[in-house]
Design a protein around this ligand. Structure first.
Ligand SMILES: [Zn+2]
Length: 149
């Protein structure tokens, strides 16, 4: 079997096992339009594990905690590899944090966080399927309702 080799990166991050349909959402989260090094984005690849998947490789970039948490919300099954000197030095599964602060918008138009300068806060009520509950108005949201700020 011949493997398709997508441009290797010397140093950076590889995000694999992204559900195909959210691949470009992850691109958006990471604001990859401002990265100057090699980026390769592939979607609709065959995956035994999840059907169709996407992979994103980003040269010269390591992700911050907030970026990792945002990706965990849209692609909880994704894996994150850190590359140094063309080798994988670390490979992690994403985990959804217990509380999510600051980057998810509350679904409830009457929620105080949509009217005042208050940092949003959600508690994760269920991981699979994802359900989060607003700390302020207690409205529950499923993954389809989640809008990132
Ligand atoms: Zn709320």
């Amino acid at each position: 079997m011949k493997q398709l080799k997508v441009s290797a990166i010397r140093e950076g991050t590889v995000i694999d096992h992204i559900p195909s349909d959210v691949t470009f959402k992850v691109v958006e989260i990471l604001k990859l339009n401002s990265v100057k090094e090699i980026i390769s984005v592939a979607a609709n690849l065959d995956s035994k594990k999840i059907g169709k998947k996407g992979i994103i490789k980003i040269g010269g970039k390591f992700l911050g905690e907030e970026e990792v948490n945002k990706i965990a919300l849209v692609a909880p099954a994704a894996t994150l590899s850190i590359i140094k000197d063309f080798k994988v030095v670390e490979k992690n599964k994403l985990t959804i944090p217990k509380t999510i602060e600051g980057f998810v918008k509350c679904f409830n138009p009457n929620c105080i966080t949509n009217h005042e300068e208050i940092k949003t806060k959600f508690h994760v009520a269920n991981q699979k399927p994802l359900k989060i509950r607003c700390h302020y108005c207690e409205r529950a949201m499923a993954s389809n309702d989640i809008v990132l700020k």
